[in-house]
Design a protein around this ligand. Structure first.
Ligand code: NAP
Length: 300
């Protein structure tokens, strides 16, 4: 991996970054620094490891040091909310933010995961409008994606989860927040699951099943239910080629891995901070290079 900083840091360099715990394996610094370099901004993007008990101090530091913006990752996405001056409607619904914009000490928060997923889908030449969509999982990423999918009026959105109650709650949230009625919940062990999955146009796996280091587990749904007319998406990006995507490809289906969503959620944050179009291909290349470095490194 190149160890170049984004710029030759000088007295005018502006700082953006990410807070998380732990954060040292974050792929955001290489992705954003490549983008900052590409458009020649005198900015640098750094990772801040913030202990969960240190959130109030970190947010005061963000204002006090005039850090221009932050991405927020696990476990801080909900904890930062009380420290912000303003949050977007989608963040209010979800109760989390992944992006903070600091304009002269005024902190506004947003969640760019859902729109990031929708941009990745569009990039793959797909949409959900009038299509049947199955979303597996009801955790943080599923909540963001479910709201974004519902905004685009699919024929039906079926939320499938290991803990059925969480799927029911997410379906209710979607009904109320997106004013969308064609949503229902199904348990992962429900007898109707085979039929539901087989009938779907777009299948989205938002579980960590198949994520590093447990890459050789069984996929979260049976490969026998997949069809060549489907698009199968996995939000997991490490590895890119998950056990589910391999099964989908074998069934002749099209696939979308999690790197597109990761690039685009970052691109939306980048655009918010800098006011400039994000160099998406530069970000993608840097992300893929960092993922390759990660998989080759013995230090993880
Ligand atoms: P999360 O909030 O912990 O939610 C995990 C979900 O997966 C829950 O619904 C959980 O079900 C389900 N689940 C976990 N283990 C399972 C298993 N063995 N079998 C069946 N279901 C299982 O996680 P998250 O933050 O949404 O992240 C999930 C995945 O998305 C991760 O791989 C993460 O890297 C990826 N992600 C990608 C992006 C991107 O930009 N591409 C962004 C965010 C997340 P229960 O409710 O029953 O526990």
């Amino acid at each position: 991996m190149s160890r170049d900083s984004a710029v030759d840091v000088d007295g005018a360099t502006q700082v953006v970054g990410v807070i998380g715990w732990p954060v040292k394996h974050s792929l955001s610094p290489p992705m954003h620094n490549a983008a900052l370099r590409a458009i020649g901004l005198n900015w640098v993007y750094v990772a801040f490891e913030v202990h969960p008990e240190g959130i109030a101090e970190a947010m005061a530091g963000l204002r006090g040091l005039a850090i221009r913006g932050l991405n927020v990752t696990i476990p801080h996405k909900a904890a930062v909310v009380p420290h912000l001056d303003e949050i977007s409607p989608v963040s209010r619904t979800l109760g989390v933010v992944n992006t903070i914009d600091n304009v002269d000490g005024h902190l506004s928060g947003d969640s760019t995961d859902g729109p990031g997923f929708m941009r990745a889908l569009a990039e793959a030449g797909e949409g959900v409008t009038e299509n049947r969509v199955v979303l597996i999982g009801a955790g943080g990423s599923a909540r963001a994606v479910a709201l974004a999918v519902a905004e685009d009026a699919p024929a039906e959105l079926v939320i499938v989860n290991r803990t059925p109650q969480r799927a029911i709650e997410l379906a209710e949230l979607v009904k109320q927040a997106a004013d969308f009625e064609a949503v229902r919940a199904v348990g992962l062990d429900s007898p109707e699951l085979a039929e539901v999955v087989t009938a779907a146009h777009v299948i989205i796996d938002s579980t960590p099943v198949g994520m590093y280091p447990d890459v050789d587990v069984a996929p979260v749904i049976s490969p026998a239910w997949l069809r060549s007319c489907q698009l199968v998406c996995d939000l997991t990006y490490n590895p890119r080629d998950t056990v589910l995507l391999r099964a989908a490809r074998e069934a002749g289906a099209r696939v979308l891995d999690g790197t597109g969503m990761l690039v685009h959620q970052g691109a939306i944050a980048f655009e918010r901070w800098t006011g400039q179009d994000a160099p998406v291909e530069v970000m993608r290349l840097a992300l893929l290079e960092a993922l390759d470095d990660f998989s080759r490194s013995p230090d993880h």
